[in-house]
Design a protein around this ligand. Structure first.
Ligand SMILES: [Zn+2]
Length: 250
């Protein structure tokens, strides 16, 4: 299951077929009679020449369509009306109700985390899926945490000379084994730093970070390790051994 950011655009008119957080394969759909809530109202303001809508709240129960799973999820959010013009002069228009989820429990599986991915990385990524809906900046912070755990898995030292290394320093070491991956992960790290200062983030920030993370995790843990990867590791091991030998003989 590849990552499809279009499933996570909001607000929306129709509930998207999100991926079930239970089985990771089935799609969730609203149960009969849901969503529920007070219907929003709106009116055309002749003075401002614009349509204004009052916001209301909705709740929705959804369930996985996979008959072996049927996992239920609960959605809470805001709803309002948006007019759509039927001609260029706005002499006629239709009004549509839009939904903006602000909390989903349990949150949809935004992409399939490879089964070989270590738990230490999986946990912050799952938290990012949950936080996306209510706090995008916090979701990006969790993705940044997953990069630290990824560096641990790649055996990049976390300390040097007794001092803790920054993620930037660790990424610089990682660059020697994966130049392309370094470039991608550095952007995610920089975004995390920026959002700490700005104290807010957008859906797009999270979706872009997840797009990169999905690729990196799939490359590292999604397939049996390639011969090239094994050969590269062997070469590094030989080089390390040679250096040790040289130091001893010096
Ligand atoms: Zn399911």
């Amino acid at each position: 299951m590849s990552f499809d950011p279009s499933l996570y655009q909001r607000p929306f008119k129709q509930f998207p077929a999100w991926i079930c957080p239970g089985c990771g394969e089935g799609r969730v759909r609203p149960l009969k009679g849901w969503p529920r809530g007070r219907s929003p109202t709106g009116q055309w303001d002749e003075l401002e020449y614009e349509y204004t809508s009052k916001q209301e709240r909705f709740v929705a129960l959804m369930a996985c369509r996979n008959s072996d799973c049927k996992r239920a999820i609960a959605v809470i959010g805001t709803t309002w009306l948006i007019p759509v013009a039927l001609d260029e002069l706005w002499s006629a228009y239709d009004v549509h109700q839009f939904f903006f989820p602000r909390f989903i429990d349990p949150a949809p599986q935004m992409f399939a985390i490879p089964s070989c991915c270590p738990e230490s990385i999986r946990m912050p990524v799952q938290s990012a899926f949950q936080l996306f809906w209510c706090d995008p900046a916090a979701a990006v912070a969790k993705i940044r945490t997953s990069l630290e755990r990824f560096m641990d898995e790649k055996r990049i030292p976390a300390q040097q000379g007794g001092r803790r290394m920054s993620l930037h320093q660790r990424l610089t070491i990682y660059e020697s084994t994966d130049v392309e991956g370094f470039g991608l992960l550095r952007e995610v790290k920089e975004l995390g730093n920026l959002l700490v200062h700005e104290r807010s983030g957008t859906d797009e920030d999270v979706l872009n970070s997840l797009r990169i993370l999905d690729h990196i995790l799939d490359t590292s843990f999604g397939h049996p390790r390639s011969k090239r990867e094994l050969a590269m590791e062997a070469a590094i091991a030989i080089k390390t051994r040679r250096m040790r030998g040289q130091n001893r003989n010096a």
